[in-house]
Design a protein around this ligand. Structure first.
Ligand code: ATP
Ligand code: MG
Length: 422
């Protein structure tokens, strides 16, 4: 059983118990677009208590119960023949949201019917229901029409809907970019007017939306929309370095030249005018830390952004640099992203051509095991000291350059270096 079948199973059980149950929101939109939904949400007129009673406390979680949402876990039978787990299905009771006072979440909810439930959803394309048992769409908000026309339109009064929940501004941009839709005029005006209010949304939610937008083939459209809506300067960390409005159009042009779809390289291409031109390590380090804080990035993401920002320029001129220096960069896990950034920012060069060719070398040629390590030196009676690392680095350089090719030669070379020093 897959996620889709599991959700239909849940709907059938609710039906059998005399309730109404439908697919709701994003999964309806994605199905109508012929896309694979990320998850299947079910909406019902059963109350949360009735849902728990029907599926049993063992199989249900009440994490979202304050919003009328019960998570239903797959039964042992539905897991038959599966090696990987099915995600729980969220079953939400049709609801109307009470007032919003924090700009993000409703203060209270009241249970109601499908028609009213549609009104609390953010965009018309996200406001439809679908009955998979009769194959019929329930559309109270004109969602089908907007889906066909390619329009992201707030349900109800755009100004008010965004005032209630500022996250909707980023969601709207993400849906428009992902589907290649336009944002309806009054909706985009409302976003433009409230753009700076995006700061009331948690960094985690902002970071999550931006990661989804930038780690995508539609990243350039997303960035353009962030600029047009005025959101871009307000999702970036405040920094004395940032002159965002003037750098952005160049950043977007660079982003559009980026041929990979990974988040970190997209950030560097877009923000290169702020991150620095690839040779100011301190600037890259400082700004990537600010980004980590603002968007709650992992340490790994921060380090990768800083590494790409620091090294892409070296790769761009790889043909005129010592080969061991380039080789050490090419074995870094983010090397491909850095090459893509070098091309996007500074264009193709002999350096990027060299990198692209040599990064395809087999592992044992690109990254051969070192001929010598510290232990080998100690075994030969040499005492660890300040010279150690310098000598080992020089031996590694000589190996990568092809000047030495066996452990004996490496030892000889190391001894020579140590003698010279004395
Ligand atoms: P995706 O899962 O691809 O991000 P989605 O539209 O399914 O898109 P979810 O966060 O899974 O987004 O939410 C499911 C549905 O819940 C949405 O389609 C929408 O109807 C409603 N919804 C989600 N977030 C909001 C919000 N901030 N304001 C109003 N309705 C929302
Ligand atoms: Mg979803």
């Amino acid at each position: 059983m897959n996620a889709r079948e599991f959700s239909i199973d849940v709907i059938k059980q609710l039906h059998a118990a005399g309730f109404m149950a439908l697919w709701a929101g994003g999964c309806v939109r994605d199905s109508l677009l012929g896309r694979e939904p990320k998850d299947y949400d079910v909406a019902t007129n059963a109350t949360p208590e009735q849902v728990r009673e029907l599926f049993g406390h063992q199989r249900t979680l009440a994490i979202g119960v304050s919003f009328g949402v019960i998570s239903v876990l797959p039964s042992a039978a539905s897991m038959k023949g599966r090696t990987r787990g099915l995600e729980p299905i969220e079953v939400a009771t049709f609801r109307r949201d009470g007032g919003y006072s924090d700009g993000r979440r409703p203060d209270s909810v009241e249970f109601t019917d499908a028609k009213e439930d549609a009104q609390r959803r953010d965009f018309t394309i996200n406001g439809m229901f679908f009955d998979p048992l009769s194959d019929s769409v329930l559309d109270y908000v004109g969602g089908q029409e907007d889906l066909h026309a390619g329009i992201v339109r707030a349900i109800g009064d755009p100004e008010q809907r965004i005032e209630e929940d500022k996250l909707r501004m980023l969601r709207g941009v993400r849906f428009a970019a992902t589907f290649g839709f336009s944002i309806e005029a009054r909706t985009i005006e409302a976003i433009q007017r409230q753009a700076q209010q995006i700061s009331v949304v948690s960094g985690e939610r902002i970071g999550n939306e931006l990661q989804r937008m930038l780690a995508s083939v539609n990243k350039t459209t997303a960035a353009e929309l962030l600029l047009v809506t005025g959101l871009l300067p307000h999702v970036l960390p405040r920094s004395p370095l940032a002159d965002v409005p003037t750098v952005s159009s160049r950043g977007i042009a660079q982003l559009s030249q980026l041929e990979c779809s990974q988040f970190e390289s997209a950030v560097v291409a877009l923000l290169e005018p702020v991150l620095g031109n690839g040779e100011n390590k301190e600037r890259a380090t400082r700004f990537s830390s600010a980004l980590q804080q603002a968007w709650r990035l992992t340490n790994d993401q921060r380090a990768t952004i800083a590494w790409i920002a620091t090294h892409w320029k070296t790769l761009h001129s790889a043909d005129s640099r010592p080969w061991p220096m380039i080789q050490r960069l090419l074995i870094h896990p983010a090397a491909r992203q850095a090459i893509a950034v070098a091309v996007a920012v500074a264009g193709d060069s002999d350096g990027t051509a060299l990198c692209r060719q040599r990064i395809e070398w087999p592992e044992n040629r690109l990254n051969p095991p070192p001929l010598l390590d510290g232990k080998d030196l100690i075994d030969r009676g040499i005492r660890p000291g300040p010279e150690f690392k310098r000598v080992l680095d020089s031996v590694r350089d000589a190996q990568l350059n092809g000047d030495i090719d066996c452990p004996d030669a490496a030892v000889q070379f190391a001894l020579q270096l140590l003698e010279q020093k004395e």
